[in-house]
Design a protein around this ligand. Structure first.
Ligand code: DX5
Ligand code: ZN
Length: 223
């Protein structure tokens, strides 16, 4: 499976968001990671469907990975993101009473569906969802804000997740999110991750193109 680099716009300059997204895509990013926080599931409050829609209007071929950190997730909210034009949506399954229905809604719309596991949630939690998802997102920090330190115990967890997914012979992607940088991207890839979210490590640098190339070079691919 190819590697995907997904800059998290949480670390972008929100006052120039369209420009930031355009620049990071031109710099070689594959997907934009779009962190949605509702001030209930996590204390912070970020962005929603209208912002996603505005970005897609500006860049129609943009591939956006929506990470919902929302309490009481609902079909309605998910449908709003689908209409706005995203390509991936992941949910924290414990935040809703109807995770299977939501995952089905996402897939029926031809959008990739994922579930997210926090650092303190067992990997085996993915088991009941295997037939409902296209990707599994393993958090390498506790959700809530960008710029946190990567939790090293994530590496064996990714290995466990990769083994579990391989044992089911699925095409499910393994995404990792939180504190990813050139220092650990090689490690998490070796453990089985193939989709890498990086906020601060990309938007916190002056030359996104050089940074993304550097991240890719740690994966053994130059472009
Ligand atoms: C944390 C978010 C992450 C975060 C990543 O709640 O889900 O996507 O913004 O940012 P960095 O790479 O700065 O840890
Ligand atoms: Zn995220």
């Amino acid at each position: 499976m190819s590697y995907l680099i997904a800059p998290s716009i949480l670390a972008a300059d929100f006052a120039r968001l369209g420009e930031e997204v355009e620049t990071v895509i031109e710099a070689g990013a594959d997907v934009i990671h779009f962190d949605v926080m509702d001030s209930h599931y996590v204390p912070n409050l970020t962005i929603g469907p209208p912002v996603l829609e505005a970005l897609i209007n500006r860049l129609p071929s943009l591939s956006v990975d929506v990470h919902l950190m929302v309490q009481h997730e609902s079909d309605t909210l998910v449908r709003n993101f689908i209409s706005a034009g995203c390509s991936y949506i992941s949910i924290h399954p414990e935040s809703t009473t109807v995770p299977f229905e939501i995952l089905e809604t996402i897939r029926k719309a031809d959008v990739k569906a994922g579930i997210v596991l926090n650092p303190d949630e067992p990997i085996s939690n993915v088991d009941p969802f295997i037939d409902y998802i296209d990707y599994l997102l393993i958090m390498s920090v506790f959700p809530g804000r960008g710029g946190q330190k990567f939790i090293p115990e994530t590496v064996p967890r990714l290995r466990e997740a990769r083994n579990l997914l391989d044992s089911k012979s699925t095409q499910i992607r393994l995404e990792v999110d939180g504190g990813i940088s050139a220092q650990n991207i090689g490690l998490v890839a070796e453990a089985g991750a193939d989709m890498f979210v990086a906020g601060t490590a990309i938007f916190g640098t002056p030359d996104y193109s050089q940074t993304i190339q550097h991240l890719r070079s740690q994966l053994g691919c130059a472009t």
